[in-house]
Design a protein around this ligand. Structure first.
Ligand code: SF4
Length: 136
């Protein structure tokens, strides 16, 4: 059994795109690629928690960000993490323009569909990485 790949979403409180990045992460870690993936708290990384810092340096990581500010990706880079891929909800929205979520407090139908598309993309990336493919 290979080491888990860490899927690390941005915090995104108060933004629908941040909620989608977190929900898609849970969908992959708890369902689609359960056992092959894990997650951790970005805030622990940012606050300098030693165990979290060690984990992101020793395991492959995928950053999931809501918007172009890329909080998860930038903090992983800053921590010299083994960053192997990254996704942005905002990019996915360009491919699925009709799925613009309207609510920020809970995911509406569009938000849930976008979450599913993102989770599927992350799961495929996990498969690629576990097969040894590196193209993003
Ligand atoms: S990437 Fe965007 S949505 Fe996510 S935490 Fe940063 S500012 Fe918020």
């Amino acid at each position: 059994m290979t080491d888990p790949i860490f899927i690390i979403p941005c915090s995104g409180i108060g933004k629908a795109y941040g909620t989608i990045s977190r929900e898609a992460t849970y969908c992959v870690v708890e369902d689609l690629r359960k056992g092959e993936t894990d997650t951790l708290c970005l805030s622990l990384l940012v606050s300098g928690d030693e165990e979290t810092q060690r984990l992101v340096k020793s395991h492959r990581c995928i950053a999931i960000d809501g918007c172009p500010l890329e909080c998860a990706k930038k903090n992983l880079e800053f921590s010299c993490a083994k960053l192997t891929a990254n996704f942005r909800v905002i990019d996915l929205l360009k491919e699925h323009r009709k799925l613009k979520p309207k609510s920020i407090t809970f995911l509406d139908k569009a938000g849930r569909e976008l979450t599913k598309f993102l989770a599927d993309k992350i799961a495929l990336k996990v498969d690629e990485l576990n097969r040894g493919e590196t193209a993003s």
